[in-house]
Design a protein around this ligand. Structure first.
Ligand code: MLT
Ligand code: MG
Length: 306
């Protein structure tokens, strides 16, 4: 299975347009060793020709334009190698890119019913897009872990939903009151090799299924949003803890590093990294400690074979 990291940052990207935190300022002024990153999205493929886009970020246009794998075939006047889209939640950073795809609709989109509800009510992207060639062809993801599905063009890969404990977006009726399906991770198995990718960009606490899937995985792309739970409060940017927003911290007890260290996974990769996270500075002790523990930091353009 081929995996492309299109955007490794959390909502806002790195640097974020209005942010002058030490990371954003340092990157803008060329004073820190760090890579800029666009907002959260990956693509997976079994054959290298048809790609499933997982989450559609506001930076999608730029992401497609910088990845030749996703460009139209040589002999078509218009087209795309994106055969389907899968959404893990209804957050702005994971869905707004659907608007960018309007010229190429209809395209199949797979999401849970509660995500579809948000995207037809409080953030009605699906409704708006109906005006372009009938819009997206919606397919429902059942939240039962045993309900396998194969998105269009992904033959050779089997997808399974993993219900995650996280939060719903601020505009959702499920904010602070989530139900199974507001946030899912994806277990993706390559039918030929049996290799497993687990993608979970927003997870506040690991339930038993998360741990089971981690045990079976060859590669885990996991929530690396914030280094510390109080990070946004300490910067004076918000009064919310990371866990209030649905993200476990990377560092400390109950954090993503401690969780990943419980498992013997070939590639452990943090993804969905917020611009305030100190690991982004490659000279930081946080970044060095991550590397020493065998955990990678996703970057735009990273390619992984699973
Ligand atoms: C989140 O996952 O909490 C987001 O990155 C928020 C956002 O997109 O603004
Ligand atoms: Mg996000």
């Amino acid at each position: 299975m081929h995996v492309l990291i299109l955007g490794a940052a959390a909502g806002g990207g790195f640097p974020q347009w209005n942010c002058h935190c030490p990371n954003c300022k340092g990157l803008r002024e060329g004073k820190i060793k760090a890579k800029g990153r666009t907002q959260s999205s990956i693509a997976v493929s079994s054959d290298g020709k048809n790609w499933v886009l997982i989450n559609a970020s506001p930076d999608l246009r730029e992401q497609i334009n910088s990845h030749p794998q996703l460009w139209p075939d040589a002999h078509v006047s218009r087209g795309t190698r994106i055969s389907a889209i899968v959404l893990t939640d209804s957050q702005i950073d994971h869905t707004t890119g659907l608007l960018t795809l309007r010229e190429g609709l209809p395209l199949p989109v797979y999401c849970t019913d509660v995500v579809a509800e948000d995207l037809t009510t409080s953030f009605p992207l699906f409704t708006v897009l109906k005006h372009w060639h009938g819009g997206l062809q919606q397919h429902s993801i059942n939240t039962d872990y045993h309900q396998r599905f194969v998105p269009k063009g992904a033959e050779g890969l089997t997808f399974q939903p993993v219900v995650l404990e996280s939060n719903a977006p601020p505009y959702s009726t499920y904010r602070d009151n989530i139900v199974p399906g507001n946030n899912i991770g994806l277990k993706i198995t390559d039918d030929t090799t049996g290799n497993v990718l687990f993608y979970a960009p927003g997870c506040m606490q690991a339930n038993d299924t998360v741990k089971q899937v981690m045990r079976e995985s060859h590669c885990v792309l996991f929530d690396g949003t914030l280094w510390a739970n109080e990070e946004m409060i300490d910067h004076g940017f918000s009064n919310k803890l990371g866990t209030d927003m649905g993200h476990m911290p990377v560092n400390g007890k109950g954090g993503a590093i401690a969780l990943l260290n419980e498992f013997n996974v070939e590639r452990k990769v943090l993804i969905h990294i917020n611009n305030t996270n100190r690991v982004l500075d490659e000279d930081s002790s946080a970044y060095h400690s991550l590397c020493e523990q065998g955990i990678e930091l996703a970057y735009d353009g990273m390619e992984i074979e699973v």
